[in-house]
Design a protein around this ligand. Structure first.
Ligand code: GLC
Length: 481
């Protein structure tokens, strides 16, 4: 590396730390979170709030740097915002939910926090991911501080329990996955991800694992039993039904349809004509594979969603073989998935009629922009974590190098547009906190691979998974190694 380049990188990093410092929100004199973006050049809308999902990468960085107080304050304050009583009013947030975001307000000199559960958000979207990220973060805090006593406090035990109750409640469908509305996660706009989108299933899995580690069994036997029951079923279901590689595509291509009863192989009655199978045939590398975006009745969304795939590796939801295959796919399809800015939120974009129908003509989500296959620097930390986990660190190193050539100079945009991610996002905020922390965290994870333990999980006992699969999958060919 040239000396000039080294200096630029050092400057980029220093600028990133300064920008992160400036993003911290104080409440009653204590640091409690970070704003989504500190961009004075444009109207704040809700970017001056602390979003739960956005704060995760800030929190992990703070934990690594020993600034655990901010994370503890955040966990305590957000827990207070969680509704504890059953609400009969449909316009009130359900018991157990954690808000999408919060901000500090002042009344008569008295500061208080106002939460947004989606009732203020554009299109009134529900933040299903917040409560899942909250549990994942609580565990990361316990691991980083080597102190589970916060998680063991009665209020925290109750908070975890309420989240588990809302996730594990009986619903109308009989899938182990979570049925959710559109735009309930990082993609918080209509993008055709209602039903059983990968991102939320993976976060659900990681939250179940984290809750299982933190819940004190006494008094929670019912929830613990429900988690133990759900985990292997969910894991088997995702590994089997969401997996796409060339072998699986071959099987799907020759699927029979309209199968009735217990011996059905094509369980969800997927019609191959609904899939872009010729494009996939061309796009799928010989060895790579990935988890599909969504699976439901006669529905297989074959778009590649980055957060779900990377978190599936990190949380050990994907098998070792699948994890390697996902990384191989990223390597082989680098231009499509990473290009000039790591990395695409999903691929490919919805275009033409599909864009119009699925997004509702959303001008922010035009093809190759924002949620519709834009490039999001925050995803870099997950790429780094997945690279460390699969020992494919050359991929993250290359991605970081690409990003640091531009991110600082471009003032940390929220996202980039274009097929290769060369254009600063049309409506992207500058000084977007999770773009800053996505970069910093990726560097930290690469320098200290042991930090991965904050967010990763070990394998579920294989007997548990195979038992569950026998029970659920019946006569389908085994895709679980
Ligand atoms: C956008 C993103 C969402 C993020 C929020 C704040 O709405 O889609 O994921 O949490 O901005 O940065």
């Amino acid at each position: 590396m040239q000396i000039n380049e080294l200096l630029t990188n050092q400057n980029t990093e220093e600028a990133a730390w300064r920008a992160l410092e400036r993003s911290i929100i104080y409440y009653q004199g204590r640091p409690v979170g970070t704003v989504a973006a500190y961009d004075v050049s444009t109207e704040a809308l809700n970017y001056d709030q602390c979003f739960i999902r956005d704060f995760v990468s800030s929190a992990l960085i703070f934990l690594l740097k020993g600034r655990t107080d901010i994370v503890r304050n955040f966990l305590e304050e957000t827990l207070k915002l969680q509704p504890k009583e059953r609400q009969l009013d449909a316009y009130k947030p359900g018991r157990g939910l954690i808000p999408a975001s919060f901000k500090v307000l002042c009344d008569n000199g008295e500061e208080y926090l106002e939460a947004d559960f989606g009732e203020h958000a554009i299109a009134r979207v529900t933040p299903v991911d917040s409560c899942l990220w909250w549990i994942i973060l609580l565990r990361a805090y316990a691991i980083a501080t080597k102190d589970f006593s916060l998680a063991y406090q009665p209020e925290f035990q109750n908070g975890i329990r309420l989240i588990m109750e809302i996730c594990l409640a009986n619903r109308f469908d009989m899938y182990p996955t979570l049925l959710v509305p559109d735009g309930a996660c990082m993609i918080d706009r209509r993008m055709g991800i209602y039903g059983h989108p990968l991102e939320l299933q993976v976060l659900f899995y990681a939250a179940l694992r984290a809750a299982r580690e933190m819940l004190i069994c006494q008094g929670n036997q019912d929830i613990v039993a429900a988690i133990d029951n759900r985990l292997p079923l969910l894991c088997g279901h995702i590994r089997q039904h969401y997996w796409i590689d060339i072998n699986r595509l071959n099987a799907i291509y020759r699927f029979k349809s309209e199968e009735y009863g217990k011996t059905a192989v094509n369980l969800f009655n997927i019609y191959v004509d609904s899939l872009p199978y010729y494009e996939l045939d061309k796009w799928l590398p010989r060895k790579g594979g990935y988890l599909a975006g969504n699976v439901g009745p006669s529905q297989l969304d074959t778009r590649f969603f980055t957060l779900g795939n990377l978190m599936a590796i990190i949380s050990d939801l994907a098998t070792e073989e699948q994890s390697q295959a996902i990384m191989t796919l990223i390597e082989e399809r680098w231009d499509d998935l990473v290009g000039d800015m790591p990395m695409k939120i999903c691929f490919p974009a919805l275009e033409d009629e599909e864009y119009r129908i699925v997004t509702g003509c959303d001008p922010k989500n035009i093809p190759w922009s924002y949620h519709n296959a834009g490039s999001w620097p925050v995803l870099m930390w997950m790429l780094a974590a997945a690279s460390v986990k699969t020992k494919r660190t050359n991929l993250a190193a290359k991605a970081i190098e690409i990003a640091q050539a531009r991110l600082g100079e471009d003032e940390w945009p929220e996202y980039y547009d274009g097929k290769k991610g060369r254009l600063i996002g049309k409506q992207a905020r500058k000084y977007q906190t999770w773009s800053i922390t996505g970069y910093l965290l990726a560097k930290e994870l690469m320098a200290n691979p042991s930090y991965l333990r904050l967010v990763s999980f070990d394998e579920l006992p294989p007997e548990a998974v195979s038992r569950a699969c026998e029970f659920e999958i019946r006569s389908v060919e085994p895709y679980i190694s």
